[in-house]
Structure formats: structure tokens, C-alpha cells
Design a binder for this molecule. Structure first.
Ligand code: ZN
Length: 203
């Protein structure tokens, strides 16, 4: 499928993007996601890196179900339940969420437990920075601790928070009970299972 992408230099590029990508089909595909080079092309006019903003189906043996990747610019549609995604697929929005998911699965962690931890971290950060638009993303494992990147502080700073593996396992063991209570019941319903839905309900 040919996708037209506008570069910063105002030139329009035509990129040939498959409608479905199987991450098991090529050895280095998963690494291109974590390095931020997934689907990236170089603009022939100015040399900048450009990436398509299109919907895309992704399959990988490590995904629980196929992923329907929606571009960041369509986040509002997803948050309001208006994304045009197949019911059988899980929705992720934007490359940052895709990178996070791949990092979580490569670290042999459970995406839903990670989402619960992010909810607690985000709530805590929002207590101290009530004007910010806090976003928390899993950043990787760091000597048996889970690392999370926090951005959106009013000051413009980003922060790193760590959770011990013991704490992770404790929350994972309690997940079933937690998932039946709000806001997790709402967060883990439907195709898009993200704590970013909680912020929409609050406003
Ligand atoms: Zn360009």
C-alpha cells in the first residue's frame, strides 16, 4: 500500500508499506522497532528520517493477539472508541507504545501487570505535578529492577522511576483481583487496554 508522507522539508514522499507485517518473518525486524528505525525512510531531498502515519496490522509469536497499530494523530478516535480496528486485534497507538510493548515482551514481562504499575506511578506523579500531563512508559530492565520513563511534567523534565522485581511479581500475583476493580476493569476492556483511557474519563 503506497502511503504519502510529508517530510519536514515540505516534500511529499511515497512509501510502500505492507498492510500486515509479521515480525517473525525477518530476524532483525524486532530490533528495528526498539532502535526506533521501524518503517523509517530517508528523505531524498533533505536527508531527514520520515515514518508513515498509517494503520498497520502486526503479528508476532510473542503477541497474545494481533496488534492493530494506529497513528498517534488518531489517538483521540481510539480514546473515544471510534477506531476502525478489527475486534480480534489489540490496539496500540503510535510508535512509542509499540516500542514499549516489544520491550515488555522481550523482558519476559506481562503487559497488563506493567499497565497496572504505570497507573500507580502516573497517579503518584500527578499528585506532585497537578498541572502536568504525565505519561509513563516502560523503559526496560535494569539490574533486576523495572525502569519507567516519566514525561509531561510541567517543568518539561523527564524522570526515571524504578520498581523492584519483587514488587512486580507481587502485583502480577494480585492481577486477577485488581482487574475486577475500577479503574482496571475499564482499562482492560475493549481493544485498547491502556491507562491513557483513565485520563479521558476523569476529564
Ligand atoms: Zn525532507
Amino acid at each position: 500500500m503506497i502511503q504519502k508522507v510529508k517530510c519536514h522539508c515540505d516534500k511529499e514522499l511515497e512509501l510502500d508499506i505492507p498492510e500486515m507485517i509479521d515480525l517473525d518473518s525477518k530476524a532483525d525486524l524486532v530490533s528495528t522497532i526498539t532502535s526506533g528505525q521501524f518503517l523509517a525512510s530517508i528523505c531524498g531531498f533533505c536527508g531527514a528520517t520520515v515514518r508513515p502515519e498509517c494503520q498497520l496490522e502486526l503479528r508476532w509469536s510473542r503477541f497474545e493477539r494481533p496488534i492493530w497499530l494506529v497513528p498517534e494523530m488518531d489517538r483521540a478516535l481510539v480514546l473515544h472508541g471510534k477506531a476502525d480496528a478489527p475486534k480480534s486485534h489489540e490496539i496500540l497507538v503510535g510508535y512509542a507504545e509499540l516500542i514499549e510493548r516489544v520491550n515488555v515482551l522481550r523482558s519476559d514481562l506481562d503487559p497488563k501487570t506493567i499497565e497496572v504499575i504505570k497507573y500507580y506511578l502516573q497517579s503518584k506523579a500527578e499528585e506532585t505535578d497537578t498541572d502536568g500531563e504525565i505519561t509513563v512508559l516502560f523503559g526496560g530492565l535494569d539490574t533486576n529492577r523495572l525502569q519507567f520513563r516519566v514525561s509531561g511534567y510541567k517543568s518539561g523534565e523527564t524522570g526515571l522511576l524504578h520498581i523492584t522485581m519483587e514488587k512486580y511479581l507481587e502485583i502480577k500475583a494480585d492481577f486477577k483481583r485488581l482487574s475486577l476493580t475500577e479503574p482496571f476493569k475499564m482499562i482492560f476492556s475493549g481493544g485498547y487496554q491502556s491507562i491513557r483511557k483513565a485520563a479521558v474519563l476523569e476529564t
